[in-house]
Design a binder for this molecule. Structure first.
Ligand code: FMN
Length: 204
């Protein structure tokens, strides 16, 4: 089949979410100007540069108690910082709980039953037990076409790796099994890996 998005897909559910998959989940922690800790998953998320390391995530909607966006982006606008926590398979229920739309006064770490730790390089909470966490300074918020679509770009200023996930000098994803988003209500997690040697890396 072929369809133009503006004409509709004619299927029971929008397939777009299932096409660009699997997507990593950026579990974004922030603090409001009033000091309330906030946590929410964003699967429109990725790393986008090595040096300096940079990340992006995108918000696609708004909350009634915020000015045209969700709590995470509203907080980042106020403070200029955020932290990206990596979600392990074991944290799937807490991650899901933290996606609830709650009043901005609610601490979503407490709501999801998670311990918060303080970041090192920015005034921001992070998920204490996460396999990895990226402390970020906002570089830019880009307004995207459509209602309340915004791209948040950040530079990583501090990186936490959980000790048990560093094995033989490598950050070993099999030690924690990263959770990834598929379409609909589906998720997957990484339970195996394999190697490919890039053409430029072939021994001469
Ligand atoms: C796995 C998962 C991925 C999500 N990805 C996004 C996303 O990329 N962008 C978005 O706007 N909302 C996304 N959501 C919904 C937000 O997590 C949800 O709207 C949340 O309440 C926003 O919290 P906040 O207002 O504290 O920022 C996702 C939800 C789940 C469960």
């Amino acid at each position: 089949m072929f369809y133009r998005p503006e004409d509709g897909h004619g299927l029971p559910h929008n397939p777009f979410n299932a096409i660009v998959t699997p997507r990593p989940i950026g579990w974004i922690s922030t603090r409001s100007g009033e000091g309330v800790n906030n946590l929410a998953p964003y699967s429109f998320f990725n790393g986008i540069a090595y040096a300096p390391p940079q990340v992006m995530f995108a918000g696609t909607g708004a909350k009634a108690d915020q000015d045209g966006t969700k709590d995470s982006i509203a907080n980042i606008r106020q403070t200029g910082v955020f932290c990206v926590n990596i979600v392990e398979y074991a944290a799937r229920d807490a991650m899901n709980a933290s996606s609830a739309t709650l009043p901005k006064e609610v601490d979503e770490f407490a709501h999801a039953g998670l311990e918060a730790a303080e970041c090192e390089t920015i005034a921001c909470p992070r998920v204490a037990g996460a396999p990895a966490a990226l402390e970020c300074r906002l570089t830019r918020i880009v307004e995207l076409p459509g209602k309340a679509n915004r791209l948040v770009l950040g530079e990583v200023t501090g990186i936490h790796l959980r000790d048990d996930c560093v094995r033989d000098g490598r950050f070993d994803v099999l030690a924690y099994r990263p959770l990834a988003r598929l379409g609909y209500r589906d998720y997957t997690h990484v339970t195996s890996t394999f190697e490919l040697i890039r053409p430029d890396d072939q021994p001469g």
